[in-house]
Design a binder for this molecule. Structure first.
Ligand code: AHR
Length: 503
């Protein structure tokens, strides 16, 4: 039996809601078909946005949505996506499948989507192939409230009011598809580009995100911070940026042989989870470099691309990155979100890649049909951590499970307390075959009651949802036994659970 001791009165950090963010790129069927079908579609929509998908996303409490990429952002020229749709440029999406991009989803459509979902906005600008002027004008177009060339253009295109840009990314993967730059070169460009990303909205400052490292490239983190951080200015004392990104994907068999989403053996299952747990090392590693420059943790680590990346589903376009999602993915989501919660003193935002039909999606669509993936259900259970306080918690008696070179701790957890004093405990059992008992004890009494307990579990880790069986893996109610000293949770093999304990 494992024992989880919680000190619910010892607050460690606030879990920013943005840690539960999402990412949508002009890639495969994410934006087109997945989110946007156009006003004339037979699929029910509001202003072109799929009603069924928007509804499911609202239930998820999506806090923020990053757009338009990804590598697509490095080649995106925003003026191609405004104005009458019939006049918008039709072009090739060179990076993703060589398909026609008709630009029918652009700036106005993105803000409409975020309005419908009810989430914050995170627009990613183009440093790789765009100009300083282009970026500067985009920010003016989106946010300038008065009379100006770009604000006038926005009004002529039907939106006199400015929008709110909560976050603005100055470049994407500039070490790779965003221009193959060195950290120093990018750092200097960052300083220059961000100068013209103006704060036109005086009610809320737009937050600037610099391009951070790929996986464990601490030299990139160091080089960018060294270049961007050493000229503090009184009003922007943390070196021109509010966040520094990090990208990390789990490829079970490595980048060249990722492996299928549905067909994996025990060894690959545990290797995948071990790779997911590596997120913890990465945050520590990059966090150490960030601490050197920013010991007060004013700059947030923004893990704006994370998730599992497998081979595409057989028969689908290799450039579309469409993959299925099993109980294994539910566990990846659970351990990663527990890790983010535990590091919420430094991690201020994270975006799962990607929202619909691409990589580790929460939703899959096929024509008019849609389904929620196992990852959706985990993110739904975990939504209660959004905006709550992470509190101290410690596990003992945890066994190692796994085969070969990939033993992993059987249990993963994190605990928060919300504004009403309700304690949310999230637990995952990473064993493919063994159930485990977890004894949960809070430090103060009386312990109150479990107001709600939910679980995502299924008979087989390969289980997944299909359009014919869309609810095979889903959240269900779950019984937890309480006594005067705490609670006893019987976690089935390969399961994720949530407990809400009232006072
Ligand atoms: O999410 C798919 C791609 O992965 C993104 O476009 C890019 O930023 C990353 O390499």
């Amino acid at each position: 039996m494992a024992v989880l001791k919680i000190n619910e009165n010892h607050v460690l950090s606030r879990i920013e809601p943005e840690i539960y963010g999402h990412f949508s790129e002009h890639l495969g069927r994410c934006v087109y078909e997945g989110l946007y079908v156009g006003e004339d579609s037979d699929i029910p929509n509001v202003n072109g946005m799929r009603t069924d998908v928007v509804e499911a996303l609202r239930e998820l409490k999506v806090p923020v949505l990053r757009w338009p990429g990804g590598c697509f952002a490095d080649e995106y020229h925003w003026k191609d996506g405004i104005g009458p749709k019939e006049n918008r440029k039709k072009m090739i999406n060179t990076h993703w499948g060589g398909v026609t991009e008709d630009n029918s989803f652009g700036t106005h459509e993105y803000f409409e989507l975020c309005r419908q979902i009810g989430c914050k906005t995170y627009v990613n600008g183009n440093v790789g192939s765009g100009t300083v002027r282009e970026m500067s004008e985009w920010v003016e177009y989106m946010t300038f409230p008065g009379v100006s060339p770009m604000a006038d253009l926005r009004a002529r295109n039907g939106h006199p009011e400015p929008w709110r840009v909560d976050y603005f990314g100055v470049g994407n993967e500039n070490w790779g598809c965003g221009g193959n730059m060195t950290p120093e070169y990018y750092g200097n460009l960052y300083r220059r580009y961000q100068t013209y990303v103006r704060h036109y909205d005086k009610t809320a400052k737009l937050k600037k995100i610099a391009c951070g490292a790929n996986v464990d490239d601490a030299d990139w983190t160091e080089g960018v911070l060294r270049t961007c951080f050493k000229f503090p200015q009184p009003e922007e004392a943390h070196g021109f940026m509010d966040g520094l990104s990090l990208h990390y994907y789990v490829h079970p068999g490595g980048w060249m042989h990722k492996g299928p989403a549905l067909d994996f053996d025990e060894k690959v299952f545990y290797t995948t989870l071990k790779k997911a747990l590596y997120m913890d090392d990465l945050i520590r590693q990059h966090g150490k470099v960030m601490d050197k420059y920013d010991p007060e943790k004013k700059i947030g680590m923004v893990v704006d691309e994370w998730g599992a990346w497998y081979d595409v589903e057989p028969g689908t376009n290799p450039g579309f990155l469409y993959q299925q999602n099993t109980v294994r993915d539910a566990l990846i989501a659970a351990v990663t979100l527990n890790i983010f919660n535990k590091h919420s003193d430094r991690v201020k935002m994270a975006c799962l890649a990607q929202m619909v039909n691409v990589l580790q999606s929460v939703i899959l669509t096929e024509g008019p049909r849609m389904l929620r993936t196992p990852t959706y259900h985990v993110m739904h259970m975990y939504r209660r951590h959004q905006g709550a306080d992470l509190v101290e918690s410690k596990l003992t008696g945890v066994k190692a499970v796994g085969v070969g070179e990939a033993p992993v701790p059987q249990i993963s957890e994190s605990v928060s307390v919300d504004g009403r004093g309700v304690v949310t405990v999230t637990l995952a059992n990473l064993s493919m075959t063994e159930a485990e008992t977890v004894r949960v004890e809070l430090s103060g009494g009386p312990y109150g009651t479990v107001e709600e307990s939910r679980i995502v579990a299924s008979g087989d880790v390969h289980d997944h949802n299909t359009f014919d069986d869309p609810d095979k893996v889903r959240e269900r109610d779950f019984n937890v036994a309480g006594d005067d000293r705490g609670f006893t949770v019987e976690l089935p093999a390969a399961s994720v659970a949530e407990l809400r304990i009232g006072r």
